[in-house]
Design a binder for this molecule. Sequence first.
Ligand SMILES: Nc1ncnc2c1ncn2[C@@H]1O[C@H](COP(=O)(O)OP(=O)(O)O)[C@@H](O)[C@H]1O
Ligand SMILES: [Mg+2]
Length: 268
Amino acid sequence: MHGPDDPKEGGFQPQLRPGARFARDAASRPILMFEDVYKSYKPGSPVLRGMNLVIERGEFVFFTGPSGSGKSTLLRLLYRSETVDDGRILFMGRDVARLSQDSVPYLRRNLGVVFQDFKLVSSWTVFENVAIALEVLGLPQRLITSRVGEALDRVGLARRGGDCAGVLSGGEQQRVAIARAIVGEPALILADEPTGNLDPQLAIDILGLFEDINATGTTVLFATHDRSLLEIRPRRVVVLDEGKAVDVRAGVTPGDDGFSGYDNALPV
Ligand SMILES: Nc1ncnc2c1ncn2[C@@H]1O[C@H](COP(=O)(O)OP(=O)(O)O)[C@@H](O)[C@H]1O
Ligand SMILES: [Mg+2]
């Protein structure tokens, strides 16, 4: 038997290239579903309180809500740096919340994550910072070299591979982090305030890069509290409000009332 229940598969199938990665029937299902997810760090102050959300393959979704509303928590639950208290998180048909610890690396091969503070090794070259994502998978060096080259090309840093990451500008460093996130060709990219440390124009450039990645079929979840970014393009916007996810109409910016009580809220 081959599949998710085969222990040799580690619970998550580690295919790198698109195509063979999904079980046939999973291709027609949403890539991601949160079902009645609860999470609190301290008793009595839950962050997520019965959160439900469905994300289809290929979507670009903004997650927003004020600081402390649980955007980072939601993403951490998904890449399993935190675990749920209750509920299910179905990613490509598997319940992330109930993966064994041994299976977590396989989950992460299918996810690319980008953070506000880039999380590069500043003494390494640009190439080395991207290559590490493939080296941990034990790919042959020739393949690593060509795929890192492709990823750097996609983020507009084709000739910067030999530069030390620490000398790059903030915008360039975030591009390196994005190259690292996409080099394994994950099905889903998670970005947690990826423009939070950048000037407004650079933030728009970086948003555009995520849009380019999305245009190739990769699903993108983009967490931001920067309302100006939400206004730039009509996108699906999901607001975290009182521990639940609420869809607001694409292109409509939440009001100035602390992100709650939308006239335009749609049931999820
Ligand atoms: N590791 C943690 N331990 C305790 N509380 C936390 C931890 N991480 C986040 N929180 C709390 O959970 C709430 C949601 O935080 P977070 O998910 O970081 O929100 P956001 O990303 O929307 O700003 C906040 O009240 C925050 O203080
Ligand atoms: Mg956050």
